[in-house]
Ligand binder design. Structure first.
Ligand SMILES: [Fe+2]
Ligand SMILES: [Fe+2]
Length: 376
């Protein structure tokens, strides 16, 4: 085992042998010795942990979510049919959803280059899911130590295992089925840095369970509708089942806790949540892919932001976060206008995850017909 400690987060795109489409000839140029070593980046965190000496389970809802986590466990090796690899000469994402359609720099690309772009954009998207899942894994493991109550510690432990399986399943798919691994987006990385190194446990909860996972839930569901590979659809379905539980846990646990904070502390959390949302909006733009294809990054970014469909899509991703922030009391008067400026305050009255939909959460993994899942 050779551990290489990097000062900075990697920025290179890694190409693996499983990538057989156009661009294959570049593999040697892009592979370096680094790729066969363990590459780490150190962070320091002033974690304040706690024992809990009262082993009585007091919170029935959290206990029940923990039980469900155990019951609905799945194994990516066994429960996913890894079947045939989706052919690299077919669009893996519906090309109709590309905001660059009709834009000269994109339209001037050859058909095979456009196809490569289609795959790269999915590879980039999935890599952000994978990196985000690693972030969730690290945060959940911190929560085991710092969550104050007995039920929450057990729940956080079960979530930690869920997140490990999520990292595993996205890693497997990227390595076996795509073969291109993008580095973490700088905006996502900066939010993870903040969450992992902040000493306040409730801020970790807000950042991870409400913002990152709330956004992930919407993003996973949306991708399920547009991606063409049934294997990936199935992976997303299984991961969504877990994430819905994680978000529900976050909302229910925080709702009570936030009421114990002073006004000033509450405002601090509200501003943090707003800033995290701003960062996550930026994270949704694949600038690394634009660079890889020689597109003018600023122009491509503007093009993406202008595309009406993309704006709708970006906002849609907040339909889970905003009602949940309202529910836990963090849509304060001070931050409401800020959210309004982002164009996402309108979602505040949508259904939140505070009222637990036990019927939905308890559904067995594989009994629902696929059509029903697609509409959910
Ligand atoms: Fe996850
Ligand atoms: Fe999660």
């Amino acid at each position: 085992m050779k551990i290489i400690n990097l000062e900075d987060t990697p920025t290179e795109i890694e190409t693996l042998e499983s990538w057989n489409g156009a661009g294959h000839q570049d593999i040697e140029d892009k592979l370096s010795l680094k790729h066969v070593n363990d590459i780490i980046e150190i962070f320091q965190t002033p974690l304040t942990g706690s024992y809990n000496w009262d082993y009585k389970s007091a919170d029935g809802r959290i206990k029940k979510l923990y039980e469900l986590g155990k019951e609905l466990n799945w194994n990516a090796e066994v429960d996913i049919d890894w079947g045939p690899t989706f052919p690299k000469d077919q669009h893996i994402m519906d090309p109709a959803h590309n905001p660059f359609n009709g834009w000269a720099p994109f339209e001037n690309m050859s058909d095979s280059e456009k196809m490569r772009y289609n795959w790269h954009y999915l590879a980039w998207t999935l890599a952000q899911f994978m990196h985000g899942e690693q972030g969730a894994l690290l945060v959940a493991s911190q929560l085991v130590s710092c969550a104050p109550t007995y039920d929450a510690k057990l729940y956080a432990a079960s979530q930690t295992f869920d997140e490990a399986r999520h990292v595993e399943v996205f890693t497997n798919y990227l390595q076996k089925k795509i073969g291109i691994v993008y580095p973490i987006n700088t905006h996502l990385k900066s939010l993870l840095d903040k969450i992992l190194t902040d000493p306040r446990w409730d801020l970790k909860f807000i950042g991870m369970q409400i913002i990152i996972e709330g956004l992930a839930l919407a993003a996973f569901n949306t991708l399920r509708l547009t991606v063409q590979d049934p294997i990936l659809k199935n992976i997303l379905y299984l991961v969504v089942r877990d994430e819905a539980r994680h978000v529900t846990f976050g909302v229910n646990y925080l709702e009570e806790f936030v009421t114990t904070l002073s006004e000033e502390e509450k405002e601090e959390r509200a501003v943090f949540a707003y800033e995290a949302c701003v960062v996550m909006r930026e994270r949704l733009i694949g600038t690394d892919v634009f660079e890889e294809f020689g597109l003018d990054v600023e122009e491509a970014r503007t093009k993406t932001l202008e595309a009406e469909m993309m704006a709708h899509f970006r906002n849609f991703l907040f339909t889970r976060i905003i009602p949940n922030l309202r529910r836990i009391g963090l849509l304060t008067d001070k931050v409401r206008p800020l959210f309004e400026n982002l164009g996402i305050l309108e979602y505040e009255n949508m259904v939140d995850d505070g009222e637990i939909d036990w019927v939905e959460l308890q559904k067995p993994l594989y009994e629902e017909p696929e059509e029903e899942a697609m509409q959910a």
